[in-house]
Design a protein around this ligand. Sequence first.
Ligand code: PMP
Length: 390
Amino acid sequence: MSMVTIQSKLPNLPTTIFSTMTLLANQHAAINLGQGFPDFDMDPILQDLVYKAMKDGNNQYANSNGDPALRKILAEKIGKIYQQSLDPDHEITITPGGTYAISNALTSILRAGDEVILFEPCFDSYIPNIRICGAVPIRIPLNFPDYSIPWEIVREKISDKTRMILINSPHNPTGSILTEDDIASLRKLVEGSNILIMSDEVYEHLVFDKKKHLSILQYPDLFARSFVAFSLGKVFHCTGWKVGYVVAPPFLMKEFRNHHQFNVFSVHSAVQVGMAEYLKNEQVYLQLPALFEKKRDLLLKEMIGTEFHPLESYGSYFQCFTFPEDIQMNSMEYAVFLIKTKGVATIPVSAFYEDGQDNRVLRFCFAKKEETLLEASKRLKQRTTYSKLK
Ligand code: PMP
């Protein structure tokens, strides 16, 4: 037996809930409304553009900061949508996905003992990314059931160790979005401080009901202290390609790139060239709110008649539902039960709280084909004898 020992940097970390539920869904041939990825295919035009880029010889290391044409067209897009004029050479870096953009931003800045304020439920990479730096996550629960930010509590939690506030809008897992009041509260808290902002905006184009995504990029004073993360996998329905980007002012981007060049150096070259070409057609992202709003509305309509009660969702891939008190199971048990007895996989929102806080809410991903959503809701409407099965 080896005498070599290590001290884990992330002890007691469970396997991600997404892997757990997807494995169970596959074992029971369940419809997977758990993990957040589309079950419809991406646009073949983009596939062709990437194939052409490969044929044209874009197969060696790309520019470490990202393909210049892709950074340029992203800067133009940001200028049009958020009225923020960016220097693509110093303020945008292409990354292997949004998760990496966030983790590289955090590890390039955080030091042991720094505090990061974040809100639960939250995307499950944030807390390990903070802890691996020896920094301390200060977890604040969002108000239930509207999942708004309790700004008074944020004010109380700010200390001389607060290095960063991490926000996410549109929000995973709840579908809530930031309002102008939230931006005003955030501004008041950070004004004159040394606090940075990490803004996860990977669902920027998925905002419904005529509401608008408020990006940190729209507010020059806030952007001046922020990293903003985006995901092209989400925008182009190709989450498996793992391409995203981070936007930050030059003094922060310099630190980001110092790490990035030795973490991964560069991102898949042909994919970047293909995406730069594809983005010339604005419709590829302008059509997204309508496409996804239709899916959310279909799910909401078809879930009428089930025991689930919808919470408000204005954006993202996700719609949350509560389930009745007389079902004597917690959210995790109930999600497993639904996979096994109804053949539908969801994610318990309790899994997005480090302490497992349970408001009896399940997250459904509606980034699916119409027929998938119809079949899932049909299965959920079927009567079961769950009390006997418990
Ligand atoms: N942030 C949030 C809130 C997400 O939901 C996701 C993907 N599920 C990511 C970041 C990661 O994006 P990517 O797949 O581009 O790494």
